[in-house]
Design a protein. Structure first.
Length: 264
């Protein structure tokens, strides 16, 4: 996926101001930024749900405005932050909904689609939930179900809007590990997040958005810095390296001052 100079406005207010980046197959990209910075709007433009005032998004070199809805569905899948269906479909039925781009609007899923859905559930380790109601499983299991649906959709680009925002620590780690594995298997995985530690630990690339513009773009060690994180969130922070620089954590700067005070 290639995003070229995307600009978007709601009325007189500019939300995106010339955003450009690429997402390659086999990469895990985190879009980092505070609330209201335009991450969700950017995703809607990438998905073809909003038409940018300028710029365009291309998938495998083709502008998405030239792609039909079924063609777009076969290329890119969207995993929302939360999803509450009107009916309490089974987990298997939720995953089967991802196959509609292959079977057509007026056709029912057949054996091939059911097998594909079952394989997606098994790949994510939630096959034991297949007959459970989607509304009766945990938040982490719902997120895994939506990822399984995207896998059954056979889209190679996965776009996730703050997928771990409502999850507990254990489910958040499991979700990040799953996304990291999918990227290693050749998917282009794109997530939005507020967590700089998460972006550094799991991502191949980081896009930092600030005031609708690209503040930083590149490898995590180049973008998750004191200056960038302090600017994004309006806090004085420090990025500390652990284990010889292989791990970084972001902490408020006053933590260092308090430690110095205790030492003295």
């Amino acid at each position: 996926m290639r995003v070229d100079d995307i600009r978007f406005s709601y009325g007189a207010g500019d939300v995106l101001r010339g955003v450009s980046f690429t997402a390659e197959y086999g990469e895990f990209l985190s879009v980092l930024g505070p609330n209201g910075v335009g991450k969700s709007t950017l995703f809607k433009c990438m998905l073809g749900l909003l038409t940018p005032t300028e710029g365009e998004t291309r998938i495998d070199g083709k502008p998405i405005r030239e792609m039909s809805a079924p063609e777009l569905a076969r290329s890119i899948a969207y995993i929302p932050q939360s999803h509450n269906p009107v009916f309490n479909f089974s987990v298997l039925d939720m995953v089967l909904m991802g196959t509609t781009a292959q079977v057509g609007a007026f056709s029912a899923p057949g054996r091939e689609q059911i097998e594909r859905a079952q394989q997606a559930l098994e790949r994510l380790g939630i096959a034991h939930l297949r007959d459970r109601g989607y509304g009766n499983v945990s938040g982490g299991e719902r997120q895994m179900t939506l990822i399984a649906r995207a896998i059954a959709q056979r889209a190679r680009i996965l776009v996730m809007d703050e997928p771990s925002a409502s999850l507990d620590f254990g489910n958040r780690i499991r979700l990040m590990q799953t996304m990291r594995t999918l990227a290693a298997d050749g998917y282009a995985v794109i997530q939005s997040t507020h967590d700089p530690d998460q972006a550094f630990l799991y991502s191949d690339k980081v896009l930092a958005l600030y005031s609708g513009r690209v503040l930083a773009w590149g490898r995590p060690e180049e973008t998750v810095t004191d200056e960038v994180i302090s600017t994004l969130y309006g806090l004085d922070v420090r990025v500390y390296s652990l284990h010889g620089g292989s791990v970084r954590v972001c902490l408020p700067a006053d933590i260092e001052r308090k430690e110095e005070e205790r030492s003295s």
